[in-house]
Ligand binder design. Structure first.
Ligand code: GLU
Length: 425
């Protein structure tokens, strides 16, 4: 294949996203023209977001919405409020959403957006004004058949309602399907809160089955006890798995005989969402670093990016890693773990339950007909199982890792649709 100039970036997220894409595309012998199309976003919008602060002064924040690809359908992806948000970060995350949606088999491309701001410095009124101004300024590029945002870092149901209200008024039409992750009481969906955790759990179940291991008494460590980690832990516990370790920002909590997960969840819910002070018979408190390297069959990193890196990859004792978080394993660690024969279920497969759940919400909104939580969960499990099996089969057939296989399967679908549709618009 003719060599081409690879794009790169000083932003680590974008650099990694591009490298992963190019490596997989080269292995698949993807057409050079398609590589050139897919290595950049279709559209990147930058807006100024002026906000009248409570004290009468005006502050201007930078806001972004990037649409990487609409080859498979309207772009889809979260909106985050964080000081590190910039165009490169949104570009990287939008590209990842393209692969995530494609792999999930749902009818979307990838998007991402956000505002460069520390949301903790804003009052509720300032936050509302900022969100509504941002919404108004990206209103021309979002919509139920164009680009469908959702919550991401530091945004939630309230922000989705403010955006929906603002943009519907500007569009002159109420379009609830324009956003997902809305509160259940206002066009949201039963099941959405635990969707990502249910998806991670399903991947754990599948990888154990594929590896000839069983759930019963398997030792599992879950790093991160937020929405994803907590729900994953509950589903696993209820299925008979033994959760020997959990952790959050207050440290690691290890118990050889198994953590009493429902008790830990209750404790965290009553203590500001934190595990600090949680205790049970046989519990050993340890550092966040140490919990990752304890003896276990499955390790589920469900918190931040980069926690498994070149410093600790050789110390990990798990046979399987199921990535609930986005990017918990650095590319350097990935290589070490692969050499050591540790199997990784990659993030954009393992945590795709969230966006599949968003697809369910969108479909219900368009139909104006709501499903029960049971219907939602059963359909989610079915899709996750099928997706896992598809990636696993590809990895075996091509003698490659699940991460590389997931990229190839995802890129293939987008490329096929691009070939069908062309890229006129
Ligand atoms: N923020 C989540 C993600 O990036 C959800 C996106 C969505 O549901 O559109 O995967």
């Amino acid at each position: 294949m003719a060599k081409f100039q690879r794009r790169t970036s000083s932003n680590i997220l974008l650099k990694t996203a591009l490298e992963n894409f190019y490596d997989a595309a080269e292995e698949m012998k993807l057409d050079k023209g398609l590589i050139e199309v897919l290595c950049r976003p279709e559209r990147a919008v930058k807006v100024a977001v002026p906000v009248q602060m409570d004290n009468g002064t005006v502050k201007v924040f930078d806001g972004y919405r990037v649409q990487h690809s609409t080859a498979c359908g309207p772009s889809k992806g979260g909106i985050r409020f964080h000081p590190c948000v910039d165009l490169d970060e949104c570009e990287a995350l939008a590209m990842l959403m393209t692969w995530k949606c494609s792999l999930a088999g749902i009818p979307y491309g990838g998007g991402k957006g956000g505002i460069s701001v520390d949301p903790n410095t804003l009052s509720k009124n300032e936050r509302e004004r900022m969100t509504r101004t941002f919404a108004a300024r990206i209103s021309k590029v979002i919509g139920e058949w164009d680009d469908i945002p959702a919550p991401d870092v530091a945004t939630g149901g309230q922000e989705m309602v403010w955006i929906l209200d603002t943009v519907s008024k500007l569009h002159g039409r109420f379009e609830p399907a324009m956003l997902t992750g809305k509160p259940v009481s206002y066009w949201g969906s039963e099941g959405r809160t635990s969707a990502t955790g249910l998806g991670v759990y399903t991947c754990v179940k599948e990888v154990l089955e594929a590896g000839g291991d069983t759930f019963k008494d398997s030792k599992i460590i879950i790093q991160g006890f937020g929405n994803v980690g907590m729900n994953n832990a509950l589903f696993l516990h209820n299925s008979g798995a033994k959760i020997v370790g959990i952790s959050d920002i207050t440290g690691g909590y290890y118990c050889e005989n198994g953590i009493d997960v429902p008790a830990a969840v209750r404790y965290a819910q009553e203590n500001n969402k934190l595990l600090e002070g949680y205790d049970q018979l046989g519990l050993v408190k340890m550092s966040n670093e140490d919990i990752l390297t304890q003896e276990c069959l499955v390790l589920c990193p469900c918190a931040l990016e980069g926690v498994i890196n070149e410093n600790n990859a050789k110390l990990i004792k798990a046979k399987y890693i199921v990535e609930g978080a986005n990017g918990p394993t650095t590319p350097e660690a990935d290589k070490i773990l692969d050499k050591r024969g540790i199997h990784i279920v990659p993030d954009f497969l393992a945590n795709s339950g969230g966006v599949i759940g968003s697809y369910f919400e969108w479909a219900q909104n368009l139909a104006g007909y709501f499903w029960t939580e049971d219907e939602y969960n059963q359909r989610l499990i079915q899709i996750m199982e099928a997706n896992f099996k598809r990636v696993f089969k590809y990895a075996i057939a091509h003698n490659t890792t699940m991460r590389r296989a997931a990229f190839c399967v995802a890129i293939e679908r987008v490329a096929d649709n691009l070939k069908l549709r062309g890229f006129f618009l």
